[in-house]
Structures are given as C-alpha cells and as structure tokens.
Design a protein around this ligand. Structure first.
Ligand SMILES: Cc1cc2nc3c(=O)[nH]c(=O)nc-3n(C[C@H](O)[C@H](O)[C@H](O)COP(=O)(O)OP(=O)(O)OC[C@H]3O[C@@H](n4cnc5c(N)ncnc54)[C@H](O)[C@@H]3O)c2cc1C
Length: 464
C-alpha cells in the first residue's frame, strides 16, 4: 500500500464538496483526523453550545466514514504538535486541509507546515478573501463594493460529490465521550433537540428551506415566522459547503428572489474578509476612538440581559430563544445587541462573549462583524447613532407570536400590549395575568433615557 494521506478536518466536517478530502482520496489511502485544540487566545475557546453541536457533528462524520469502511481519528491537544505526530505515526505522505481564516487557524497552519508537507485548499468560503481586491490590489472594508467585485467570481464552481475513498490502517483514537463536550449537570441542551447536526442534517435543512426560499426577502425579517434558512450552525462547522447552498438556492428559485439570500451568504464571506485583514476584530474596535467610550460596569443589568429579564419583551424573547436553542433570529440579534451596547451602555465585548458561549453558530468573523456593526465601531462606515427602538422594531416586524412563544408569562396579552406591557391599561394586564415587577420585570431602563445616555457617551468619546 502506498503512503497514506492525512485529511485534517477542522470547521469543515463533511465529505462532499471538500477539496482536501477529494485531493487526499485521489492521492492514495487516507486517514481522517480531527484535533480538539482548545488553545485559543483570550476568550475564544469553543463555547458550550457549539461544543454540544461539535459532539454530534463528529459522531455523524464518524458514522459517514464508517459507512465507507473507515473511521474518524480523534485527538486532543495542540494541533501544531498532534497533526505532525499523527502524520509521522502513519507515515503520511502529506496532510490535506481546507484554509480557514481565524487567527488561530493561521497560526496552526504555519506551525504544522514547518513539520510536515501541508497542502491547503480553498473551500470554506465562496472565494479566497485575498482574491477579491480593488483595481490597485487593495482590500475592501465596505460590503457593497466588495460584493460587486465578488460577482466577477460568481457563480462559484459547482459542488462536487463525496469521493470514493480507500482507508489506511488506523492510528489510535480518543473516545469522543471522554472529551466531555456535552453538558452534564445541569443539562441545558433539551431545547437543542430541534437541530440535526451533521452532513445529512445540513442537507435536510437546506431541502426544507428551499420550500420557502422564494419568500426569504420578506420572511427573513419576521421573527414569528421560519423565514430564514437556519443553516448557520451547519455552515459554521462546515457540514455543508457554501457552494452547495449557493447552487441549490440559485437553481431552485428565480434569480430576483434568490439574490437577497445569496447576498446574505456574501455577508459570511465578507466577515471572513474583514477578519483576515483585522485578526483582532473580535477584541479591538475597528476605530480606535470607540475604546474611549465610558462603558458602564453593571453586572446586574448584564445578567438581566443574559437571562432575558430586561422588561423589553422582544429583547427578552431573543435572549431566551438563544439560551434554549443556541440560536437567535437575525433581526432580534440586532435589537438585543443594540439594547446591550446602547440602552445599557455595556461593553460590546461582554455581549460578543455571551453570544460566543451560547450560539451553536458561533463564528469569530460573523460575531465580531455583527457586534461591531451594532456598536458602530467597525472598519466599515456603519452609522454610530443607529439606536434600535425595541418597541417600534417589535411592532414593525410583528413579533407578537415570537414573544408569546419565548416569554410565556406575556402570552395572554393582546397584540396592542405585548410589545410594551408597561404601557398597557392595568385592567388589561390583570386580565392577562401579568403583574409587572412580580411575574415580569419593569423595563430596566427607559428608551428615551437609555438613548440619551448612549448618545452623550458617544459624544464624550468623540466617537461621532
Ligand atoms: C450581534 C450579531 C452577532 C452575530 N453572530 C453570528 C455568529 O456568531 N455566527 C453567524 O453565523 N452569524 C452571526 N450573525 C449573523 C446572523 O445573525 C446569522 O448568520 C443568521 O441569523 C443565521 O440564521 P440563518 O442561518 O437562518 O440565516 P439566513 O438569513 O438564512 O442566511 C444564510 C446564511 O448567510 C450567513 N449570514 C447571514 N447573515 C449574516 C451576517 N450578518 N453576517 C455573516 N453571515 C451571515 C449565515 O451563514 C447564514 O446561515 C450575527 C449577527 C449579529 C447582529
């Protein structure tokens, strides 16, 4: 048997349309490896919710490999050490992997490449970030011109099926259960049963979305409806390729209806493009003056926001959806994030870290881009003075059913009262069984007061 080729899986836990899998399979017998490397700088160790997902995704990939006569080798430790060790132990001719753009992935690549022959392939994004450049070769920081330029490379090449593989003898593997990726006591993952992690689950989610994809442009903004694809956790761990999603949607619905969705896929690539240029975008504001903002140290208010007890139903519904399911509707992410950084004037990094721990779709590029966009501190030209009015947003996007689902103590309120219960007639509150301050909180800050305080703090920091 010729020397084996090692496939090093990272956030790309699939067999189809995976250039590293395909190249390794073409080259000889393969060994499939995943390394749990928790050595991440700062707060960026994989969060608890995504660890739950990872556990199930690895099980799924292991099953898919077993069905082909192979297995997934699991190892824990520094990828920089473990990948070369496994490669040496099997006598690998080369290590094949997809390129990722988180700073730790780049550091791993550099270290591994010093020890073994590392072959890296494009495949985590629509286009390699450095390939989308302006006339003079400069990189983009603003979405619209970047998106226009990306079109020159679109559509992406058609996705490829999973290849035939021959497996080399297996080196020793850890046991997944020993990694303790799942919560134990308490087990908070009951609400995660709605998800089906893994490549088959991702394909099923995509197929379901195609039934409603034509209505995406309207439906995506309505949290009470299932109008968006909910593919984000599958994409975050690479159980489906972005090209598979692009082509499925572009083929299924007319171009005019597909465009808003394809553009949203573009935001994922754009987030990686920003992270590639600004590796500390998760920790450092894109514009330095934003570090001068006098954020409040308010642990009780932070806890109220985290637990969905701010007294603003739309914010509380979102935060409880996040806790229960590991996911939050995009419109509500914007409202809840804005509430934290503007109304409560709490440092955006607190919110970013909470999301990181709670989101099954946690992605450093998308999360930091989202928080810096809401903050107005990003390297793009997002307006600093955008302060979402939670009540107006909740009514405009018809969030009544969403609030009833996630804040059951308000379920009996009329549509007219559910967005701002403190404005309801006492009689109506009593009839609905709502006792403000007893079974649902008063707003922890008034909208006008929070808005004025935020604008003053931004002005003081000369963030305008
Ligand atoms: C404060 C904040 C934090 C966020 N953190 C994350 C995160 O950690 N991980 C994450 O994947 N998304 C994040 N987003 C972006 C967005 O909210 C989610 O991608 C989206 O809600 C996922 O749901 P969906 O799959 O139904 O999206 P759809 O509307 O169906 O969109 C399809 C796909 O496009 C991509 N996408 C859509 N919007 C964005 C966006 N604004 N930025 C980057 N990619 C996007 C996602 O991969 C998504 O799955 C964040 C947004 C905000 C405002």
């Amino acid at each position: 048997m010729s020397a084996p080729h090692l496939i090093w899986f990272r956030n790309d836990l699939r067999l189809a349309d995976h250039a590293a899998v395909a190249a390794a399979a073409r080259s000889g017998p393969v060994v499939a490896l995943f390394v749990l490397d928790d050595d991440k700088p700062g707060h960026w160790r994989m969060g608890a919710a995504q660890r739950w997902w990872l556990h199930h995704s690895l099980l799924s990939l292991g099953r898919d490999l077993a069905a082909r006569g192979g297995a997934l080798v699991l190892r824990r430790g520094l990828a920089a050490d473990v990948v070369p060790q496994v490669a040496a132990s099997v006598g690998a001719a080369a290590v094949h992997t997809l390129t990722h753009y988180e700073p730790w992935a780049k550091a791993q690549d550099a270290a591994v490449a010093k020890a073994v022959t590392l072959k890296r392939y494009h495949g985590a994004l629509l286009a390699p970030p450095a390939s989308v450049t302006a006339g003079g070769g400069g990189r983009y920081r603003i979405f619209t011109p970047w998106w226009r330029k990306l079109q020159e490379q679109m559509p992406p090449p058609p996705p490829q099926p999973a290849p035939e593989m021959v497996f080399a003898p297996l080196p020793a593997s850890d046991t997944l259960g020993d990694w303790r990726l799942l919560p134990t006591s308490p087990d908070w993952s009951g609400g995660f049963a709605m998800w089906m992690p893994g490549e088959a689950g991702a394909a099923a989610r995509l197929a379901e979305f195609l039934n409603v994809a034509a209505g995406y442009d309207k439906g995506r903004n309505l949290p009470s409806q299932d109008g968006s694809s909910r593919l984000s956790p599958h994409l975050a761990l690479g159980e489906i390729s972005i090209r598979q999603v692009w082509h499925a949607v572009a083929d299924a619905i007319p171009a005019a209806h597909a465009e808003p969705y394809l553009r949203e896929l573009g935001w994922r690539d754009f987030a990686a493009n920003i992270l590639d240029q600004f590796p500390d975008h998760g920790d450092v504001p894109g514009r330095a003056q934003f570090d001068a903002i006098g954020f409040r140290d308010a642990p009780r208010e932070l806890a109220a926001w985290q637990q969905g007890c701010t007294g603003y139903p739309i914010v509380d519904a979102g935060m409880r959806q996040l806790w229960a399911t590991g996911w939050m509707h995009n419109r509500v992410r914007m409202i809840a994030a804005s509430f934290l950084v503007k109304h409560l004037l709490i440092d955006w990094r607190e919110g970013e870290r909470w999301f990181w721990d709670c989101l099954v779709d946690a992605d450093l590029g998308a999360n930091s881009l989202g928080w810096q966009w809401v903050m107005g501190s990003g390297v793009d030209s997002s307006p600093f003075n955008r302060i979402f009015a939670p009540v107006t947003q909740s009514a405009k996007f018809d969030a009544g059913a969403y609030i009833r689902r996630w804040v059951p103590e308000l379920a009996n309120l009329r549509d007219a009262d559910i967005h701002a219960p403190w404005e309801a007639e006492p009689l109506m509150l009593r009839a609905a069984g709502v006792a403000l301050g007893r079974n649902y909180p008063h707003p922890i800050v008034g909208h006008a007061e929070g808005r004025a305080r935020a604008l003053a703090a931004y002005a003081d920091a000369k963030a305008f």
